[in-house]
Design a protein around this ligand. Structure first.
Ligand SMILES: Nc1ncnc2c1ncn2[C@@H]1O[C@H](COP(=O)(O)OP(=O)(O)O)[C@@H](O)[C@H]1O
Ligand SMILES: [Mg+2]
Length: 664
């Protein structure tokens, strides 16, 4: 039996095994043949495209809904079951038109931007649940009870835990005091309890709108103003109703930042838990109208050179210039007025630091954010109330400590006082230093460095290689930021003791573009260090400029991605160039889109915005400055540097002068 049936079985089995083997072979071949990287990148692209589509769809839907909303339709449908919670019906007045409406924490908080056709202004409204008189009383009662009964610091919990803890305690209080509440009322009250205990109280909603750049409260009973990325300065419907309310709010904000503010020490400059910067002032001690505060919202993702080029704050050439300069150890100061974007540019340009370098950053409030692994971020500490001034750790201390850490790059948030001396010593001993400074021209940079309290001897100023001047400028109705000038410090004239400078880039206000006066002193030095001929230097400059242009065109903007491209370029420039050139060919001869609007800009449309920082720069300071002006000369061209005073209008005449190449 076995023998009879055995033979054909064996044959079948062999055939089967053979087939299996073949299948396996084909499968391994298939697997080996597939480039996993390629597959992943294709998949990533598909996902990205899908997400884009989804976003576009959402946008279109939102626009439709908005349209219906504006015409007063569909309110019930949109708000649906949440109708009771927040009143989203269109404004009653005819002259008020809804322009935008977005949820922040659905269904409890929304923001709405309206346009007043009579006053011709936009207004920013925060829409939150309205509490009835009864609900409000219960809310106040519960708040008091919670403050009395809670025996733990909420900050010790994670956010979810704290939320649960609050909710549980509210439930207990409601039960203990036999308060009768409908579900909707309870949720509305819970919203406010969580907002006030865990969030930022009255300004909580503002802290979640990513379109807000800053929030300022100037006094009680005055509306809070915000700076909106699309609509600029806007009045909000939020204000503090009394001095006492605002005072206690400011004290709470300080506690949230782990700081102390009191009548004795009424000023505070701090970082908020989300990374935003806050400057607050308590009570009437030092401000006649009562407490005030300004919050500069944190950007979760720092801007990169790609962003700066895209916004036309710098040109691709300027980026390439800084790339070469930074890599080769030239030191720079970025100067400008308040909110001109100095710190942002500093952070962006520092992405060019080679990835393995040791970096130490020193700041009063944490702003710098880098992808570099070998980076120590230090922050100064003010003396605490308990331990007094002795516990203070200033910039000077941190800088001294930093030098012992043997960093290759030192980044200083802002030069203000004595620490500048150590900074210049650090430069003189071969460290590369990048810093910002509050000054509006090369002349005022030099003047501030040489004057009290910094007093740097002129001979030491030579250690600084580059000064860039950044400004906030209004072009027509748009507020933009531009690096107006990049000036190199070439040396000191031995006979006249004048500082020799050389302008490499300047912004042309008529065309809103940048004039490049050719390689200067810094790039000459780079070529010398690297033993490059002029041709080789030019080639390298062009390559890096093309990498920047390519990143902008490909939308590589995120700081991690940009960091990766830069790191890849340092490791293997050829393969990066292959990608860059490859895609250049693909897009054939299609001209790279220049990011400026073509055509001339009328002079009267260009206006520099210079926000004076009164405590830092007194009139006296500037009067003194004029005496020194003569000393700073652009001897390369033999021209005096023409720097406009703060608040001055940008004149285009400046630009015709001061062009000159580096001394050969
Ligand atoms: N080049 C830029 N383009 C657009 N917005 C910018 C630019 N640079 C900075 N900003 C925004 O301006 C605000 C102030 O920037 P910041 O760098 O802190 O100014 P500064 O250090 O000069 O006081 C921030 O909200 C920042 O996001
Ligand atoms: Mg700054």
């Amino acid at each position: 039996m076995f023998k009879i049936f055995g033979a054909p079985m064996e044959k079948e089995e062999i055939a089967l095994q053979k087939q299996k083997k073949e299948e396996k072979k084909v499968a391994t071949e298939l697997i080996e043949g597939i480039d996993i990287g390629k597959k992943l990148s294709v998949r990533k692209k598909i996902i990205e495209e899908l997400m884009n589509l989804h976003r576009m769809e959402e946008k279109a839907k939102a626009r439709d809904r908005l349209f219906d909303l504006k015409s007063g339709k569909m309110v019930d449908e949109i708000v649906g079951e949440y109708e009771d919670i927040v009143d989203l019906s269109p404004p009653k007045k005819d002259n008020i038109e809804v322009v935008e409406l977005h949820p922040i924490h659905k269904p409890f908080s929304y923001i709405r931007i309206v346009y007043d056709n009579k006053k011709h202004e936009y207004q920013y409204e925060v829409l939150e649940p309205t509490l009835s008189i009864e609900e409000n009383r219960i809310f106040e009662f519960l708040k008091e009870t919670l403050i009395k009964t809670m025996d733990i610091e909420l900050t010790e919990f994670s956010e979810d835990e704290a939320r649960d803890y609050l909710r549980k305690n509210v439930e207990i209080a409601i039960r203990d005091y036999s308060i009768s509440l409908s579900d909707v009322s309870k949720e509305k009250i819970m919203y406010y309890i969580i907002r006030d205990f865990l969030g930022y109280g009255k300004i909580d909603v503002l802290m979640y709108d990513p379109m807000i750049e800053d929030i300022s409260c100037d006094a009680p009973r005055v509306p809070i103003y915000i700076y909106h990325r699309n609509y600029e300065s806007l009045k909000t419907n939020i204000s503090f109703s009394s001095e006492a309310e605002l005072d206690s709010f400011v004290i709470q904000l300080a506690q949230k930042c782990g700081r102390h503010i009191s009548i004795a020490r009424p000023l505070m400059d701090a970082t908020m838990p989300d990374g935003s910067r806050i400057q607050a002032c308590l009570s009437r001690e030092v401000s006649s109208m009562g407490s005030n505060f300004t919050i500069r919202r944190f950007r979760e993702e720092p801007l990169t050179p790609s962003h700066l080029v895209e916004f036309n704050t710098i040109s691709p050439e300027i980026a390439a210039y800084f790339w070469l300069a930074i890599e080769n150890g030239a030191s720079a100061v970025l100067a400008g007025g308040t909110a001109s974007g100095k710190t942002t540019s500093l952070n962006a340009l520092c992405l060019f630091i080679p990835p393995e370098m040791k970096i130490v950053s020193i700041e009063d409030t944490r702003e710098i954010n880098l992808p570099h692994p070998n980076w120590i971020a230090s922050v100064t500490r003010e003396g605490t109330a308990e331990s007094g001034e002795g516990s203070k750790v200033g910039m000077f201390d941190l800088l001294k400590a930093a030098l012992r850490q043997r960093p290759e790059y030192i980044l200083v948030g802002e030069i203000r006082g004595e620490e500048a001396v150590v900074l210049f010593q650090a430069m003189a001993t071969g460290h590369t230093v990048y810093s910002t400074m509050h000054a509006d021209s090369i002349f005022s940079v030099v003047h501030r460095l040489e004057g009290d309290p910094i007093n740097i001897p002129r001979i030491q100023l030579q250690a600084l290689n580059i000064v860039a001047i950044q400004a906030m400028i209004r072009i027509g109705r748009k507020r933009v930021r531009r690096i107006k000038k990049i000036v190199e410090i070439v040396g000191i004239d031995p006979t006249t003791d004048d500082i020799l400078t050389n302008e490499v880039f300047s912004w042309n206000p008529r065309k809103d573009s940048f004039d490049y006066y050719g390689k200067g002193h810094v790039l000459d030095n780079v070529a010398e260090q690297r033993n490059w001929t002029d041709k080789e230097l030019n080639e390298e400059f062009t390559r890096r400029r093309d990498v920047i242009k390519w990143m902008v065109e490909k939308g590589i903007k995120n700081y991690i991605e940009v960091g990766e491209v830069i790191a890849a370029y340092y490791k293997d420039p050829e393969s990066v160039m292959k990608r860059v050139r490859g895609s250049e060919e693909k897009t054939s001869k299609r001209e790279m889109k220049t990011f400026t609007e073509e055509g001339e800009i009328k002079e009267e449309e260009v206006e520099e915005i210079y926000i004076e920082k009164k405590d830092e720069k007194s009139q006296e300071d500037r009067d003194k400055g004029e005496e020194h002006e003569e000393a700073v000369k652009d001897t390369v061209e033999g021209n005096e540097i023409q720097e406009e005073k703060s608040g001055g209008e940008e004149t285009s005449e400046d630009k015709e002068e001061g062009s000159g190449n580096a001394p050969e």
